[in-house]
Each structure stands twice: as C-alpha cells, then as structure tokens.
Design a protein around this ligand. Structure first.
Ligand code: CA
Length: 218
C-alpha cells in the first residue's frame, strides 16, 4: 500500500487531508512538528510527504534541506501560504517535487499526489530511466538506447525533468521554475533554446511540442 506522510501542525487541515487520503486508499501518518516529520521521513517507509512550510521546530524548508542533503528521494509536495511566490520558488529549488498554495481544494491535492506517485524515481544505482533514456545522477551522463552523450549542467537538469515525468506535459513556466529555479524573465526564450539543444543531442522526436501547453517526453 502506498504510504503518505502528512506534516502539518494545523489539526483541521491535517485531519481533512488525512481523511481524504485514507478514503482514496492510501495509508497515512500525520506529524505535527518538524522534528517528527524529519524522523518519520528518514525511516524510509513513505512514498510521498505533504510538507507544510510553517511547522513548529524545524520548518518545512529545514526538513526538506536535511532530507535532500542526505540524498533522500521521497516525493515532496509543499504546502505554501497563498501569494508567496518566494516560498514556492525556494521550495522547488530546495528539491520539492510540487507545491499547493493554501487554501486548496482536496481534489486538487489528490490529483497532484497521484501525479507525483507516477513520477520515475532513481533506482538503487542512482539512475533514472524512461522511454529508452537513462540518466546517471552520479556521473551526470545520459544514455539514449545505449549510446552515451555529454550534457551541460542545464541540459542535464532539463533532461532530468522530462525523464522524471514521462508522458506528462511540462509547461514553460514549470520548466523555468524547476530548472532555472529563480525569477527568470518570463519573456525569456531560454526554455525553447535549451529544448532545442537537448533535441540536437538526444533526437528531436523524443521531445514533443504540445501546442499552447509545453513539452512532453515520448
Ligand atoms: Ca503550519
């Protein structure tokens, strides 16, 4: 059974998320402070964590930083305060897989949980695989149907986003925030430019343009 850790100190929110996830068939534990959330996440029994930023003790950023510093690959969806773009960017840069702004509708959170659980996670050797692509997270090299290519750091980060979310459409804005990670000029064409570089190396047909929406690995 898929196990989800909910780290949230507001009991009303924690309880409504817990009930909803249980009803959707997940096993759920709740942690109401940062230390407990960290310890529970470190024990490795969870597939995904819903992590509030404003936790007593260690805050959500601290929990995330410690986990990622230890190489813990647990999928993390951050709960951020409304209108806090800075928190969202900081969270995604810190290794969160996704975020929800409070207040949120439960069905929206559930949709994100299901999406994130479909994400490709690294195997024991630290490699990510999807659609004939294999990314070695240690050597930062990519293999395409067995042939190896060298990628720049940004190309690698972009390829990693595609391989982690095979078949999902990733918007320009998602790619900007996850790969470039800060307030990049939204009018910048850096995503288009790097998608072109990456296509040049791994084959144009592998990254599909979905008109008006973004790009998808296929
Ligand atoms: Ca809180």
């Amino acid at each position: 059974m898929t196990r989800i850790l909910v780290a949230e100190d507001e009991t009303r929110i924690a309880s409504f998320v817990e009930k909803g996830l249980r009803a959707a068939g997940f096993a759920v534990s709740v942690a109401t402070d940062g230390e407990t959330a960290l310890t529970e996440a470190q024990n490795g029994q969870f597939d995904l964590m819903i992590l509030d930023i404003g936790l007593p003790g260690i805050d959500g950023f601290g929990v995330l930083e410690t986990l990622r510093g230890e190489g813990n690959p647990i999928a993390v969806i951050l709960l951020t305060a409304r209108d806090s773009a800075a928190d969202t960017v900081r969270g995604l840069e810190g290794g969160a897989n996704d975020y929800m702004s409070k207040p949120f509708r439960f069905d929206e959170l559930l949709a994100r949980v299901r999406l994130r659980l479909k994400d490709v996670q690294p195997d024991a050797a630290g490699s990510l695989q999807a659609h004939g692509l294999e990314l070695d997270l240690k050597t930062r090299r990519i293999s395409v149907d067995g042939a190896q290519y060298d990628l720049s750091a940004r190309e690698f980060a972009l390829a990693e986003e595609f391989v982690r979310h095979p078949g999902q459409v990733l918007s320009r804005e998602q790619l900007l925030s996850r790969v470039w990670g800060f307030d990049f000029d939204p009018g910048s064409n850096v995503v288009e430019v790097y998608v072109r570089y990456l296509r040049g190396k791994i084959g144009a047909e592998r990254i599909e343009t979905v008109r008006g929406m973004g790009y998808r690995l296929r």
